[in-house]
Structure formats: structure tokens, C-alpha cells
Design a protein around this ligand. Structure first.
Ligand code: HEM
Ligand SMILES: *[C@@H]1O[C@H](CO)[C@@H](O)[C@H](O)[C@H]1NC(C)=O
Ligand SMILES: *[C@@H]1O[C@H](CO)[C@@H](O)[C@H](O)[C@H]1NC(C)=O
Ligand SMILES: *[C@@H]1O[C@H](CO)[C@@H](O)[C@H](O)[C@H]1NC(C)=O
Ligand SMILES: *[C@@H]1O[C@H](CO)[C@@H](O)[C@H](O)[C@H]1NC(C)=O
Length: 396
């Protein structure tokens, strides 16, 4: 099996990462991940290491092409499902988000223009040239929604905006958002929000990647706040319980958390987030990891070396850029990459969900579509709130 190493990968340079990481240690609110209490000896790696970051263009990586599985039709969820009560913290009741499918119908000067369909074509073109835009935008969506809601705050340029939290080497795909915004402004000036553009791109890419074909809701407005100090995403070194708490704080159930982490069915991770799992003598050493996988990863991420290398989050070599349930099969086989990914398959609180998603491709699709609709509705601005940015990287 060809090992997916990132010879041409544009990603975190670990040295830069560590320097920047250290520069964030000691801040009361790190501009990256919070440290996991029991994992604090590794938490420093989490500080800002993969967050809020700037595009390095869409240079092709090691991700193969030709993986355009025909998307499946699934029933379309319109309303986010109400959160079930996790035992730890009572969820706030779900209120209508103010979003709707097809919000922009009839809102362009030429009332016949279906601007969302026009934007989807741009996404398709980009994906054909660079399939790695899929993981890039999917991750951008998660990072945007988890900080201040899905309000495109991640797109703002500036000295201490969300984008600048930690080293800017990791979230990519800004160029697609800008290209889509240019099309929207040309055909429909001042109407389409940047937050909706991210949402439309995400939904279209999930479909193009072979995942569920769900109807995306629109009607988001763009936020007026973007602060690095607000970026507080969960670290991959947290325990399952800590991660459940982080998602529960955003009103997601454990099941929804598990399916959303199934987004790691596409994309890559840099060595820094998993290399200690490979080597005896580190507190992260993982003796249960599949030995074949360990052997493969060792040359990619040598002990004690901060290699500018990475590997697929989904170690099924046939589906590393396909949105399917194989990630769940891999973690069941002890072939997870991120510590939190592998932990899902070992914690009694999440094992049942992992088993169900691993077993059923259609359950995976349905639950992922529902969870994405809910993620994409998280703390959105609608109506007269916020603004419609003219340029996605600055406030009006
Ligand atoms: C506890 C929650 C999560 C943690 C700790 C986490 C952590 C990470 C880390 C450490 C990486 C590797 C980044 C790098 O090497 O630069 C990554 C990549 C990625 N994450 Fe997550 N993640 C989480 C949830 C999610 C969710 C909910 C989604 C999607 C909705 C998502 C989508 C992605 C994607 C697609 C990539 C690959 C990016 C690429 O290849 O460019 N993640 N994540
Ligand atoms: C990491 O390696 C890739 C390809 O090997 C290279 O394009 C990229 O610039 C490197 N990153 C850094 C920060 O050195
Ligand atoms: C990070 O973002 C800031 C602000 O957008 C930018 O000035 C800086 O050049 C970026 N750094 C990198 C390494 O891309
Ligand atoms: C996806 O769903 C839309 C809306 O229901 C439908 O028009 C389209 O044909 C579907 N696409 C695929 C590839 O299934
Ligand atoms: C990156 O991975 C390749 C292939 O596994 C390996 O040959 C190379 O030595 C690694 N780079 C570093 C800096 O360790």
C-alpha cells in the first residue's frame, strides 16, 4: 500500500508551530485549543496549532483524484434535530434559527437567477481541479461555527482576528470563498452573505465527496466581531468526556459529536497531533495502535523530530478523500490518527455510536446530514442582525 505521505503538502511546519504554540502558552484564553487537564503535558501542541488559519493556496497534495463516487439521495433534513439531554449539562431549548432552504430565491435583480445553483457550479469546478478543497472547507465550516457561530468571522483579515489565532498554516480554502463571493456580487450585489457562501460550499463538497446530498439552509448574515482571543476549539488531546462537554456547551449530543468527528473521513493531520502515540516512553504512547499502521507512520514522523509531514485522517487508502463511514471502521481497527478519533472507539460512552456508523452507510449519511444542518445553524445571525459583507475578509 502506498503510504500517504505529504511530500507536496502545504501544511504546518512543526517548528513554526511550536514557536507559535509557545507564544500562546500562558495566555488565559489560548487562541487555539484549550488544554486537556490530564493531557497537559501535550496540550502545548494544541495551542493554536490548527486553528483559524490562512490559506496557502490550493496546491495539490497527496490526495488522489477520481474519487467522485456518485452521491446518494437521502431524505433531506430541514430543521435541526432538537438536542437530547446529555447527563452533564441541560441543553438550552432549540429555537427556530431563522434559516430556510432556498432563502435567496427571487432576491437577485434578475429574479430568475438561482444564485445558489450558480455558486454550486463554481464549487464543482474547483473540486475537479483540487479535491483537497473538500477537507479544507469542511474544516473551515467547523471552525467558523464553533467560534461565535456560523457568521464568517473566520474570514476576517486583521492583526488579531480569528484567522490569526495560532499559526496560520492550517485552515485553507479562502480562495474558493473569495471566488464565490465575486460571482455573487457580480450577479446579485449586496445580497449573499459570506457565511452562506461557506455553508453552500460545504454542502456541495460533501455531496461531491460522495457523502449525503442534503438541502442546505440559507439566510445567514455576516458577523461584526472576529477576535483571536475568542478562538477556543477543542484540542485533539482532550478525553472523550472533555470533548463531550465541549460539544454539549454548543448544544450537541454525544451522538452528534461522534458523527461530526466522522468528518475526519477526509483530510490530513500533521505529525504533531499523533506522533507521540507511536513511540514508547512518551505519555501519549498507544500500545494498542495497529502495529502495521505504526510501522508505516514511524518513518513519516520520526521520534523527536518535528517533521513537516502528515497523513490521512481516514487510513482506508481507498477512501481517504471520500465522505463515507470508513473512518469509523478504521478507528474500530485501532487505525485512528488523532488521539480523540481513536478514543471514540474505546470509550463506552461513544462505542455504541461508532459501531452503528461503522455498520451502516445509510445511517452515517442520514446522521451526518442532520448534524451538518445543525452545525451550520449554530448561533447564526439572521434577519437584520450583522451585515452582508461586500468583501468576505473585511467588515463593511
Ligand atoms: C473535537 C473536535 C475536533 C478536533 C479536536 C479536531 C482536530 C483536528 C486536527 C488536529 C486536525 C489536523 C489539523 C492539521 O494537521 O493541521 C483536523 C483536521 C480536520 N478536521 Fe477536525 N477536529 C475536530 C472536529 C472536526 C469537525 C466537527 C469537523 C467537520 C465538521 C472537522 C473537520 C476536519 C477536516 C475536514 C480536517 C482535515 C483538514 C485538511 O485536510 O485540510 N473536524 N481536525
Ligand atoms: C512543508 O513541505 C511542503 C512540501 O514538502 C512545502 O511545500 C511546504 O512549504 C513546507 N512547509 C513549510 C512551512 O516549510
Ligand atoms: C496570518 O494572518 C495574518 C492576518 O490575516 C497575516 O498578516 C499573516 O501573514 C498570516 N500568517 C501566515 C503565516 O500566513
Ligand atoms: C441532490 O438533491 C437535489 C435536490 O433534491 C437534486 O436536485 C439533485 O439531483 C441531487 N443530486 C444528486 C447528485 O443526487
Ligand atoms: C517525511 O516522510 C517521508 C516519507 O515517509 C520521510 O522519508 C521523511 O524523512 C519525512 N520527513 C522528515 C523530516 O522526517
Amino acid at each position: 500500500m502506498k503510504f500517504p505521505v505529504t511530500s507536496i503538502l502545504v501544511r504546518v511546519l512543526a517548528l513554526t508551530m511550536l514557536i507559535l504554540a509557545l507564544s500562546h502558552v500562558g495566555q488565559s484564553k489560548g487562541s487555539g485549543w484549550k488544554q486537556g487537564g490530564s493531557k497537559s503535558s501535550h496540550g502545548h501542541k494544541s495551542y493554536g496549532s490548527t486553528h483559524g488559519q490562512k490559506s496557502h493556496g490550493s496546491k495539490g497534495r497527496h490526495v488522489g483524484r477520481g474519487n467522485n463516487k456518485p452521491p446518494k439521495n437521502i431524505p433531506t433534513p430541514i430543521t435541526p434535530s432538537p438536542p437530547l439531554s446529555p447527563p452533564s449539562s441541560p441543553p438550552t431549548p432549540t429555537r427556530p434559527s431563522g434559516l430556510q432552504v432556498g432563502f435567496y430565491k427571487g432576491l437577485c435583480p434578475n429574479k430568475l437567477v438561482d444564485i445558489e445553483a450558480v455558486l454550486e457550479i463554481k464549487v464543482q469546478e474547483h473540486f475537479r481541479k483540487d479535491p483537497t478543497i473538500l477537507p479544507a472547507i469542511l474544516r473551515m465550516q467547523f471552525h467558523d461555527c464553533f467560534v461565535h457561530g456560523c457568521d464568517a468571522s473566520i474570514l476576517i483579515n486583521g492583526l488579531s482576528t480569528e484567522k490569526t489565532a495560532g499559526p496560520n498554516l492550517s485552515v485553507r480554502g479562502y480562495e474558493l470563498i473569495d471566488a464565490m463571493k465575486a460571482i455573487a456580487e457580480a450577479q446579485c450585489p449586496g445580497v449573499v452573505s459570506c457565511a452562506d457562501i461557506i455553508a453552500i460550499a460545504t454542502k456541495e463538497l460533501i455531496k461531491l465527496g460522495g457523502g449525503p446530498n442534503y438541502s442546505v439552509q440559507t439566510g445567514r448574515r455576516d458577523g461584526l466581531v472576529s477576535r483571536a482571543q475568542d478562538v477556543n476549539l477543542p484540542s485533539p488531546f482532550l478525553t472523550v468526556s472533555e470533548t463531550i462537554s465541549a460539544f454539549s456547551a454548543k448544544r450537541f449530543t454525544t451522538e452528534e459529536m461522534v458523527i461530526l468527528l466522522g468528518c475526519h473521513t477526509v483530510g490530513v493531520s500533521s505529525c504533531a497531533f499523533f506522533q507521540d502515540r507511536l513511540y514508547q516512553g512518551t505519555t501519549q504512547f498507544d500500545p494498542i495502535m495497529d502495529p502495521t499502521l505504526r510501522q508505516q507512520l514511524m518513518p513519516t514522523c520520526p521520534k523527536g523530530i518535528t517533521a513537516n509531514n502528515s497523513t490521512f485522517l481516514d487510513q482506508n487508502p481507498r477512501s481517504s478523500n471520500i465522505v463515507d463511514n470508513s473512518f469509523f471502521n478504521q478507528i474500530q481497527k485501532q487505525r485512528g490518527i488523532l488521539p480523540i478519533d481513536q478514543a471514540l472507539a474505546r470509550d463506552p460512552k461513544t462505542i455504541p455510536f461508532v459501531q452503528q456508523f461503522a455498520q451502516s452507510a445509510s445511517l452515517f449519511n442520514t446522521k451526518l446530514a442532520n448534524a451538518m444542518v445543525k452545525l451550520q445553524a449554530l448561533d447564526v445571525l439572521t434577519g437584520n442582525q450583522g451585515e452582508i459583507r461586500k468583501t468576505c475578509s473585511r467588515f463593511n
